[in-house]
Design a protein around this ligand. Structure first.
Ligand code: AMP
Ligand code: ZN
Length: 109
């Protein structure tokens, strides 16, 4: 499968890594829209978007949100951040590998 985030997870394409464990990778977005802009992905291509979240792959989604909370606490932005996922091209999704944007470090509207 030709998937950019699978290639990043495999280390075939370099990324600015923030956190990694057995199942999850967090790296800096190449085109940040906030002072902190991370992408959180399951290393495995368990879903192309949030529209494919199911009982089967929900545990990795739960783990992703646990990792996000831990990073927010560790990096000191737990009191003000945004998590978002674009689902479908019409919603702005450009990479079809489930991912969550974590944005922090500014005042949001
Ligand atoms: P989305 O548009 O929601 O699918 O998010 C995809 C995100 O991936 C965008 O915010 C891009 O800036 C980001 N992106 C694309 N290529 C790379 C890359 N090589 N490294 C890091 N982030 C990337
Ligand atoms: Zn993928």
């Amino acid at each position: 499968m030709d998937c950019l985030f699978c290639a990043i997870a495999a280390g075939e394409i370099p990324s600015s890594k923030v956190y990694e464990d057995e199942t999850v990778l967090v790296f800096k977005d190449i085109a940040p829209v906030a002072p902190i802009h991370y992408l959180v992905i399951p290393k495995e291509h368990v879903a192309s978007s949030a529209a494919e979240i199911s009982e089967t792959n929900a545990p990795i989604v739960a783990h992703i949100f646990t990792v996000i909370a831990q990073i927010a606490a560790k990096e000191g932005f737990a009191d003000g951040f945004r998590v978002l996922t674009n689902c479908g091209a019409s919603a702005g999704q450009t990479v079809n590998h489930l991912h969550f944007h974590v944005l922090a470090g500014k005042e949001f509207e």
